[in-house]
Design a protein around this ligand. Structure first.
Ligand SMILES: C[S@@+](CC[C@H](N)C(=O)[O-])C[C@H]1O[C@@H](n2cnc3c(N)ncnc32)[C@H](O)[C@@H]1O
Length: 224
């Protein structure tokens, strides 16, 4: 059975959504099952959310993607499966331990060739992409890593994205803590500040969805 991940939906509604609409794949299912036994299992993106990322990738015809925060590789696997044969993902993480699991499943699904894994702080990797001429080159990005750096990732990804490209940002509701003024730990404050900034950012169109733990969808506007 697929683990439910939504903080804001009653479990039986999320179960209904998964049972009714999840387009599953045996490798993705096996990775969910292995990750469910991992001590940090809660970090994995929900199956319905990854399916939504796949839909976004297909809707915009994405070919070049960036993922910030890989863990055991579930969201990268889903995005890779949704890409055309010549599609690529730059995958950023700092953990050899977590991503060694990811690599096994990417191999099994036949998408390992599409994914370039960089084991380094993601700000360094994104800076390298910018300095090596990657500005405006990418179609789609997914941010799902350390919350205090989300704004740094957002700014770099806006440079790297083409116009009409999309950034999806996970955990932006942070179990609802962003809406509770009495909570002011560094992660909550960083997410709250980023949501407020994106809410009035003229460079983008954006929509905050109550999917999972809150998913912000950002489209980079054309410059007029
Ligand atoms: C929430 S998990 C990612 C989940 C993944 N998207 C999935 O669907 O399974 C966050 C990941 O961010 C990574 N991370 C934390 N700090 C990082 C940093 N400074 N740069 C790159 N990755 C980082 C962690 O090692 C962890 O694997």
């Amino acid at each position: 059975m697929t683990t439910t991940r939504s903080f804001f939906l009653p479990e039986h509604i999320e179960r209904y959504i998964l049972d009714t609409t999840l387009r599953d794949n045996p490798v993705m299912r096996d990775l969910r099952e292995e990750t469910a036994r991992h001590p940090r299992a809660g970090m994995q993106t929900g199956a319905d959310q990854v399916q939504f990322l796949q839909l976004l990738v297909r809707l915009i015809g994405a070919r070049r993607c960036i993922e910030v925060g890989v863990f055991t590789g579930y969201s990268a696997l889903g995005v890779a499966l949704a890409l055309p044969d010549d599609g690529t993902i730059v995958a950023c993480d700092v953990s050899e331990e977590y991503t060694s699991i990811a690599r096994r499943y990417w191999e099994r699904a036949g998408v390992a060739e599409k994914i370039d894994l960089y084991l380094a702080p993601a700000t360094d990797t994104l800076d390298r992409l910018i300095h090596s001429g990657g500005a405006g080159w990418y179609d789609f990005a997914y941010i799902d890593a350390d919350k205090s750096n989300y704004d740094a990732y957002y700014e770099r990804l806006l440079v790297l994205l083409r116009h009409n490209g999309i950034i999806a940002i996970d955990n932006v509701l942070w179990s609802g803590d962003v809406a509770d003024p009495s909570v002011d730990d560094p992660d909550t404050s960083a997410l709250r500040a980023l949501n407020a900034k994106i809410g009035r950012d003229e460079r983008v169109d954006a929509s905050l969805l109550s999917v999972g733990d809150g998913l912000m969808i950002v489209r980079k506007r054309e410059v007029r």
